[in-house]
Design a protein around this ligand. Sequence first.
Ligand SMILES: [Zn+2]
Length: 160
Amino acid sequence: MGLRKILTVKEPALHKVCKPVTSFDPKLHKLLDDMAQTLIDANGVGLAAPQVGILRRVVLVDVGGEDGAEILELVNPELVETDGEQEGPEGCLSVPGKYGLVKRPWYAKVRAQDRNGEWFEAEGEEIIARCFCHELDHLDGIVYTQVMERFLTKEELEED
Ligand SMILES: [Zn+2]
């Protein structure tokens, strides 16, 4: 395992469309393990492979358990269902220190492959749905700052 460097929004890798994963091999497993360590170290909720410079369709989402981090690995994920709407603050490890006001669905269901290539579905509401949408956007080169209404001010953030 090893920590990977998290790229910021200035890097070209954050603005490219990622390629599907085709080999479910030790190299993918190492990437997933490194990304998990990097996500935990950075205290984030989600991390997409392009954020560590790998242009493949891989994301991690911390779906939280009561006992702390429970990291869901999503390989080649697709959004298959959404419902409702929420508007709220959103941040990104690649945009350090800033938060924007972003509209997302309240509910989201994704279909993805696990590290061995098995397809499964995962669903979530509120922050999980927000995170699914945010991370999947990364795979198409979209950073939340491109879809937000505006950045939140320091005063607005302190209210929460
Ligand atoms: Zn992000």
